[in-house]
Design a protein around this ligand. Structure first.
Ligand SMILES: Nc1ncnc2c1ncn2[C@@H]1O[C@H](COP(=O)(O)OP(=O)(O)OP(=O)(O)O)[C@@H](O)[C@H]1O
Length: 250
C-alpha cells in the first residue's frame, strides 16, 4: 500500500466552496500523493462532487490548491488540463451517436491541439487497459452496457495522458460485479503512472481499492486515514458499511 508520503501531486488546504451564501465544502485539507489512489466517501449531499468539481476548476473556490508543488491561483479547467489533470464527471457525458474510437479521439483532442499527435499509439495503450473497448471500437457509445460506458468515459479521460485522474462516482448505476471490475482497473492505473482521486458513495467498494480515504460529512472532513484501517473502523462500519448503512443503499 502507498501511504502517500512521497511527493504530493494534489494538495488542498483550507479549501472551501460556496453556492451563493451556502458553503458546501468547508476548509478541507486533502492530499493525493504521487501514485496514490485516494477516495472521498460520504453520504448524499456531503459535498463530494462539489469538492471534485472545484478541484478541477469548474467552480470557484477559496483556500490553496497546489499541484506538484505549484500553487495554482484561481484554478481553471484550462490550467488543470494543461498540468495533466482529467475529470470523469458523474454523468459520463459520452457522445452516444459516435463510435468508441471517435469518443476516445475526442478525449485526446486537447493534446492534439498542443501538437502531441500520438493519438493512435495512445489509443492502443487505452485499449490495453480496457480490452473490452478494443473489441467494441466501432460500436456506437449509446449501445454499450453501463459498465462499458464507464470504461469508455475513463478511457477517454486517459487519452490526454493525465497524471491525476479525478472520478465522480464511477459505480453509479452499475451492478456490484461490474463495479468491482471497473474499480479494479482504476486501482491498476497507478502502474501506468496515474494517481487517482475517487469520489464514491459506495464506501465499501471504494475503500477496498484505495490507499487512503477521507470521509466528508456536511462539507467537512469528519475522518481520514488508511483505507484498510477505515474498513475496520467501527464508525465507518456502522454508518457506511453495515447492512442498514445509510450510504450503502445508494
Ligand atoms: N449548483 C448548485 N447550487 C446550489 N447548491 C448546490 C448546487 N450543487 C450542489 N449544491 C448543494 O451542495 C451540497 C453538496 O452537494 P454535492 O452534490 O457536492 O454532494 P455529494 O456529496 O456529491 O452528493 P451526491 O453523492 O448525492 O452526489 C448539497 O447540499 C447540494 O444541494
Amino acid at each position: 500500500m502507498n501511504a502517500g508520503n512521497g511527493l504530493a501531486l494534489l494538495e488542498l488546504s483550507e479549501f472551501s466552496v460556496s453556492y451563493g451564501a451556502v458553503e458546501a465544502v468547508h476548509a478541507v485539507d486533502l492530499r493525493v500523493g504521487e501514485g496514490e489512489i485516494v477516495t472521498v466517501i460520504g453520504p448524499n449531499g456531503a459535498g463530494k462532487s462539489t469538492l471534485l468539481n472545484a478541484s478541477m476548476g469548474l467552480l470557484p473556490s477559496r483556500g490553496v490548491l497546489t499541484l506538484a508543488g505549484e500553487r495554482i491561483d484561481r484554478p481553471s479547467v484550462e490550467a488543470m488540463v494543461a498540468r495533466g489533470v482529467a475529470l470523469v464527471p458523474e454523468k459520463r457525458e459520452l457522445f452516444g451517436e459516435m463510435s468508441v474510437e471517435d469518443n476516445l479521439l475526442l478525449g485526446g483532442f486537447a493534446r492534439w491541439r498542443r501538437g502531441l499527435r500520438d493519438q493512435a499509439s495512445r489509443m492502443e495503450e487505452v485499449f490495453a487497459i480496457f480490452p473490452r473497448l478494443k473489441e467494441r471500437r466501432a460500436q456506437m457509445a449509446a449501445t454499450l452496457s453501463g459498465g462499458e460506458r464507464q470504461m469508455l468515459a475513463i478511457g477517454r479521460a486517459l487519452m490526454s495522458r493525465p497524471r491525476l485522474l479525478m472520478l465522480d462516482e464511477p459505480s453509479l448505476g452499475l451492478a456490484p460485479l461490474i463495479v468491482r471490475e471497473v474499480l479494479h482497473v482504476v486501482a491498476s492505473l497507478r502502474t501506468h503512472g496515474v494517481s487517482v482521486l475517487l469520489v464514491e458513495q459506495n464506501a465499501r467498494a471504494a475503500l477496498q481499492v484505495a490507499d487512503r480515504a477521507y470521509v466528508l460529512e456536511m462539507g467537512a472532513v469528519a475522518l481520514s486515514g488508511e483505507a484498510e484501517a477505515l474498513l475496520h473502523d467501527r464508525r465507518i462500519i456502522d454508518t457506511y458499511l453495515g447492512l442498514g448503512g445509510k450510504a450503502q443503499a445508494a
